[in-house]
Design a protein around this ligand. Structure first.
Ligand SMILES: *Cc1c(COP(=O)(O)O)cnc(C)c1O
Length: 376
């Protein structure tokens, strides 16, 4: 039993990536800026259908700089999904604003009903809501029509955390093209990677220019080093952008592979009462980045923990779904509109491997682990 461990979502890089990175190195553009970075930004902007893309060191940096550029800071309150990775909320705290947690609905995405309640409550308190930050959970787009309307009514900007949803669509439009700005991530475990990296996407020329300037220490365009505001060292490097360009060439194939796993998982759990795939029954528009199952312990004969144990015995990695941010010790004292949905999903959800490097024979191992639990 020395079969190698199957990981949740390892990077999928090979010869094409090596070729692109070596070409960038040989070209001498090892400094952060360079032609691959310019080209990568243009290619992502075109794919998503936005006018501007700014390559940054991480998705977190992109979230941070959008908030900095809009002047969000102490005294401001920012409604944000509680069911998310810490990075979304950390960026709000970097600028000294107060995150206000909004629970999700069954899809795992921010509940429009609870967002509306949050906005009403904050308005009644006389608080300013400059921006709302929804998150496309595991690659499923938020209900942008409804959330967008609430943001407009509230006079708030919409900063969309699309870190997980690159390649997904909503009503025919690509993830990353919604709101006043969107953020995507190229971290090693995401749908495509630059090893580490992210991008700010927007149609707002001024925002893009300001974020680009902020990301390179906010240097003024004069010969000497002149600074009129505080800058950051957040630019994506040209070498990593070259890696991203190769990944972009392969993105559709990688998306296809992950969708295959989603469909096979769906079939394997189809006849199991009380078991559903997080995100709902329709994933035609999702990028299927990761697949998570939710097991209702009152209905199902087995639990998410049973499934996790079977995967563990087969040397296959699983992970709980995001622990809601309002439950994190670091969030002590923060408020929100919460109805228990994210807590329930956290208690009964399990994230399963769905990497594009996964092989058919590895998936057979996964299948056996599942059948061990479901055919008892
Ligand atoms: C990965 C992720 C981020 C952060 O992206 P990095 O590039 O790792 O900084 C932000 N939000 C969500 C929801 C993520 O999954």
């Amino acid at each position: 039993m020395s079969e190698s461990r199957i990981l949740l979502s390892p990077p999928d890089v090979g010869e094409l990536e090596q070729e692109y990175v070596m070409r960038a190195m040989r070209s001498g553009w090892v400094a952060p800026a360079g032609p691959d970075l310019d080209a990568f930004e243009a290619e992502v902007a075109e794919r998503v259908g936005v006018s501007h893309a700014v390559g940054l060191a991480s998705g977190t940096a992109a979230l941070h700089l959008a908030l900095v550029s809009w002047g969000v800071g102490p005294g401001d309150v920012v409604p944000v999904s509680t069911f998310t990775f810490a990075a979304t909320v950390n960026a709000i705290r970097y600028v000294g604003a107060e995150p206000f947690f909004v629970d999700c609905d069954e899809s795992g995405n921010m509940s429009p009903v609870l967002l509306e309640r949050a906005v009403d409550q904050l308005r009644a308190e006389g608080r300013d809501v400059p921006v709302i930050v929804p998150v496309d959970m595991l690659g499923k787009c938020v209900d942008y029509a409804t959330i967008g309307e609430i943001a407009v009514d509230a006079g708030a900007r919409l900063l969309c955390d699309a870190a997980e949803s690159f390649g997904a669509t909503y009503r025919g439009k690509p993830a990353g093209s919604f709101g006043d700005a969107s953020v995507i991530s190229f971290n090693g475990n995401k749908i495509m990677t630059t090893s580490g990296g992210g991008m700010l996407l927007t149609d707002d020329r001024e925002l893009a220019a300001h974020v680009r300037k902020l990301s390179t220490q906010a240097r003024e365009p004069v010969a000497h080093y002149e600074h009129t505001e505080i800058g950051y060292n957040y630019r994506l490097s040209n070498i990593l952008a070259a890696l991203g360009r190769a990944q972009l060439v392969r993105l559709d194939d990688m998306l296809k592979r992950r969708r295959e796993w989603r469909e096979r998982y769906r079939a394997l759990f189809a006849d199991q009462p009380g078991v559903s795939i997080l995100g709902g029954a329709d994933d035609a528009c999702d990028n299927c980045w990761l697949t998570a199952v939710v097991v209702d312990p009152d209905v199902s004969a087995w639990t998410a923990a049973d499934l996790g144990a079977a995967f563990d015995r087969a040397n296959v990695e699983t992970r709980p779904v995001w622990k809601p941010m309002h439950l994190q010790p670091v969030s002590e004292g923060l408020r929100g509109t919460l109805d228990g949905t994210s807590e329930r999903l956290f208690a009964h959800g399990l994230t399963l491997p769905a990497g594009s490097v996964l092989t058919d024979s590895e998936f057979e191992r996964i299948e056996h682990a599942i059948l061990e639990v479901t055919v008892a």
